[in-house]
Design a protein around this ligand. Structure first.
Ligand code: SF4
Length: 484
């Protein structure tokens, strides 16, 4: 009679166990977050961490199973865990298959607002020399259409782009026709303060499926203080025109962004209520960036990363309560990070990529034909620093821009997978390179991350979200919903 081997015979030999690549971050005296090769996170005590690194694990002890599930160890000659990690990494980097999907047309630098935190150094609205010409716009379309990917987005920015709406119409018409003939899909977005919105513009946006992205900083007094314009009615116009646009285009075709100023810091709930009242589909709690008038007027230095994070946490907790009451209302930055933390989908969000999104994910065509690697790069140029200028449309084509020595050099230094500090950071798979920010704040595109508010913000937010996912089941259920 055949006899079966004892259960122990099927146990993996601990001597044949191997550690797979992982990184960790200490979050308290006794707890670390361990992150596997693709950023899946596991909380562990100090004791569990030492047992893991010394492979003091046994089937049935709980830690062995958790380490296996998180792909932190392999046993014997098995290749499956490594192959699975490789497959998941390939999925996460799939955005590289669609090079340069975002093309920003700065159709004018003119604006009738005079926001002290303006990051693009707008010009007063009567100066026509700051408008993009038809010829420049056509060259920009040629470059955009010669990118290898099948789908692209053209975003119109300014200044206030509606001050040059004739050119927007022409670009939409010409680019749409070219896209059809090349078998590509193209989506259009106008980033506008909406003060100049009228029925003709709305009709055009409806017919051509153009999306609207606008700015809304909160209640009237806060918004108008942040965003002055003649008449002091920026908020009234923004609210009225958001509602008009929602009515004509549909709620899901109109988005708004807020910028946190010093005056916003203790008003998180009121700002969020403003978005809820307008039926907007979520909110992006955004800090100020160190460019343009935000630097000249010293707005950027009026609060630090810790003050902003307190504002963010207060806002996120309030948003979670709103979701618990039954209304789905995500915070968009958290949603983006959660998708990375909980899935392997490639989002390709250009501000949070490795290699960097600047130049590889975005090209910016300035009103005068200069081409920049990112919107922040052209903002720096308006301050006199042309580090991120890649060329000019008068002589550049896509290949020259994409293969320029400057872009290749920046891209090779931008890899968080190999950059100092980032390469050993547990949160690297969910983060990205921001060479323009680090150049602007530290004079070096890589930067010393210990002194980087960008890095501090990333670590705080990802750590905070990981903690909620691990320890707060009610919040975790909502956060998981945002990731899906
Ligand atoms: S920037 Fe900071 S949080 Fe992001 S990967 Fe680098 S070290 Fe980690």
């Amino acid at each position: 009679m055949a006899s079966f081997l004892k259960p122990e015979a099927f146990e993996p030999d601990p001597r044949a166990m191997r550690l797979l690549p992982f990184r960790f971050e200490r979050i308290s005296d006794d707890v670390v977050i361990i992150s596997n090769f693709v950023g899946e996170l596991m909380f562990a005590t100090d004791n569990e961490m030492s047992r893991l690194v010394s492979l003091d694990l046994k089937p049935g002890d709980g830690l062995f199973e958790r380490a296996r599930e998180k792909l932190l160890v392999s046993v014997g000659s098995e290749r499956a865990p490594l192959e699975l990690l490789a497959l998941r990494l390939r999925s996460r980097l799939a955005f590289l298959r669609n090079p340069t999907p975002l093309h920003i047309f700065v159709v004018t630098l003119r604006c009738e607002h005079s926001c002290p935190y303006c990051q693009v150094s707008r010009q007063s609205s009567d100066r026509n020399q700051f408008d993009m010409s038809d010829e420049t716009a056509m060259r920009a379309i040629d470059v955009a259409m010669s990118t290898p990917g099948d789908s692209l987005k053209i975003e119109f920015q300014g200044g206030e782009p509606l001050l040059n709406f004739d050119l927007i119409q022409r670009v939409v018409d010409v680019a749409s026709k070219e896209a059809v003939s090349l078998g590509k899909s193209v989506q259009f977005v106008i980033a506008s303060n909406l003060a100049m919105l009228d029925d003709d513009i709305l009709d055009f946006c409806k017919q051509r499926s153009v999306l609207i992205s606008t700015s809304l900083d909160g209640p009237a007094d806060l918004h108008n203080r942040n965003r002055p314009r003649p008449g002091g009615n920026s908020h009234e116009l923004a609210v009225r025109n958001i509602q008009r646009a929602q009515g004509v285009l549909g709620r899901d075709r109109v988005g708004a962004l807020m910028t946190t100023t010093e005056a916003s810091l203790d008003r998180a709930e009121e700002i969020i209520d403003e978005y809820l009242a307008l039926g907007l589909e979520g909110i992006f709690l955004r800090p100020l960036s160190p460019y343009g008038f935000a630097m000249k007027t010293r707005q950027f230095s009026k609060y630090d990363g810790e003050a902003w994070f307190r504002f963010y946490v207060r806002g996120l907790k309030y948003i979670l309560e709103i979701n618990k009451s039954g209304r789905r209302f995500p915070e968009f930055y958290a949603s983006l990070l959660l998708r990375r933390m909980l899935t392997d989908r490639a989002d390709g969000y250009v501000d949070l990529r490795s290699p960097m999104g600047a130049g590889l994910g975005t090209l910016v065509y300035n009103y005068d034909g200069d081409v920049f690697a990112s919107d922040e790069g052209r903002m720096l140029a308006e301050m006199g620093d042309r580090t991120f200028k890649l060329g000019n449309l008068a002589s550049a084509d896509y290949a020259k821009l994409a293969l320029s020595e400057k872009l290749i050099d920046l891209a090779s230094r931008s890899l968080t997978q190999s950059a100092p500090q980032c390469s050993s950071c547990a949160f690297e798979p969910h983060c990205g390179a921001d060479p323009v920010y680090h150049h602007a704040t530290q004079g070096d595109p890589v930067g010393i991350k210990r002194f980087s508010e960008f890095c501090g913000r990333q670590k705080r937010i990802i750590g905070f979200l990981a903690n909620l996912l691990e320890k707060s089941p009610d919040d975790a259920a909502i956060l998981r919903g945002w990731a899906s």
